[in-house]
Design a protein. Structure first.
Length: 294
C-alpha cells in the first residue's frame, strides 16, 4: 500500500473491496501500454448513502464561500456548467445526476476512482471523454487546505467545464496526445500545459480577469491570490511559452497564463496534438476524434 492509500482510507465512502480491487488495477496499469489500459477496471461506485452529515456540510460551506467570489470572478463557462450539472449547496453531487446532464451537452462523464492513478491511465480516461474523480470529501478540520484532491477539487473545480463543447474538445484532444506520446519531452510539456490551464488557468471575459482552473476555482486562497496579488506575473497565453514554463507546487502560483477564449486553447491544442500524434504514428486518433466531436 502506498502513502496515498494510507492517507485516503479514512473515508467510509471508499472503504470497500471494490475500491481495493480498483486501486490494485490502477497500480498495475502503470506497466501497461496505451492500448492495454482498461479504465473500467479502475472505477468505483459512488456509495452515496455512506456520505455523512459532515461530508454534506463541508461541501455546502465551501460551495457557498467560493460562490461569493465566483459569481463575479468565475468564468462564465464555469458558472454555466455548474448550473447545467446542477451543483448545489445542500448536498454532495450525485455523479449519476451529473452525468445524465453532462451527456446531453458534450458526452463527457465523471467516474469515481479510489485514489491515485498513474499518469497514462488518467490520460486514457480523458481520451475517452471520461473524467476520473475522487469521491471523498475533506474532513471539516482540513477545510482550507488538503494536499490531495477530493470531490470538491475534482467535481466542483473541474467538471463544470466539461459541459462546454469547446473545452470538452480541448480536454479530449489533450488526453489523446498525452496518452499516445512516447516522447518524454512532450510528456513534460503537456504536464506544464495542464498545470497552467486546467489547474491554474485565467481567462479574459467581459473586460475582466476571471478564474477557470480547478485549483483556483476550488481554493479560496489560490482564487484570491491569482486575481489580487501584485506578486503574480500574469502572462498572455501562448502555447509554446506555456509548455516551456516550469511550475512549482506547494505554494501560491507566481506565474499564471491568461486565455482570450477557450477557442484559443482548443485550437492551439489541436495543432500541437497533430504534431505529437503524428510523431507517435497515431494521427488516426485525432481524425476519429474530430469526426465524433464536430
Ligand atoms: Fe485537478
Amino acid at each position: 500500500m502506498g502513502e496515498m492509500s494510507k492517507k485516503i482510507i479514512y473515508s467510509a465512502v471508499i472503504d470497500s473491496d471494490e475500491a481495493k480491487r480498483a486501486q490494485a488495477a490502477a497500480d498495475a496499469s502503470a506497466n501497461l501500454n496505451a492500448d492495454q489500459i482498461d479504465i473500467d477496471s479502475m472505477k468505483i461506485t459512488q456509495q452515496y448513502d455512506k456520505y455523512t452529515d459532515e461530508n454534506h456540510e463541508v461541501w455546502g460551506i465551501i460551495f457557498k464561500k467560493r460562490m461569493e467570489q465566483l459569481a463575479e470572478f468565475g468564468s462564465n463557462i464555469f458558472l454555466n456548467g455548474a448550473k447545467v450539472i446542477n451543483l448545489r449547496a445542500d448536498r454532495v453531487p450525485p455523479l449519476k445526476d451529473v452525468n445524465r446532464r453532462l451527456q446531453e451537452c458534450t458526452g463527457w462523464s465523471s467516474h469515481g476512482v479510489p485514489g491515485y492513478l498513474p499518469a497514462k491511465s488518467f490520460f486514457a480516461f480523458l481520451a475517452q471523454r471520461q473524467f476520473p474523480t475522487t469521491v471523498t470529501v475533506r474532513p471539516k478540520a482540513q477545510m482550507d487546505y488538503l494536499p490531495e484532491p477530493d470531490i470538491i477539487h475534482d467535481v466542483f473545480g473541474h467538471v463544470p467545464l466539461h459541459a462546454d463543447p469547446v473545452f470538452a474538445e480541448f480536454l479530449q484532444t489533450y488526453g489523446k496526445a498525452a496518452l499516445y506520446t512516447h516522447n518524454p519531452e512532450h510528456t513534460e510539456r503537456l504536464a506544464r500545459l495542464f498545470w497552467f490551464t486546467v489547474e491554474f488557468g485565467l481567462i479574459h471575459e467581459d473586460n475582466k480577469l476571471k478564474l477557470y482552473g480547478s485549483g483556483l476555482i476550488s481554493s479560496e486562497g489560490e482564487g484570491h491570490h491569482a486575481l489580487e496579488s501584485k506578486d503574480v506575473d500574469r502572462r498572455p497565453f501562448e502555447l509554446e511559452r506555456v509548455c516551456n514554463t516550469a511550475f512549482e507546487i506547494d505554494h501560491y502560483q507566481p506565474i499564471l497564463y491568461v486565455l482570450e477564449s477557450f477557442e484559443q486553447l482548443r485550437d492551439a491544442m489541436v495543432t500541437y496534438a497533430e504534431r505529437v500524434l503524428d510523431e507517435a504514428g497515431r494521427l488516426d486518433e485525432l481524425e476519429s476524434l474530430t469526426k465524433s466531436a464536430r
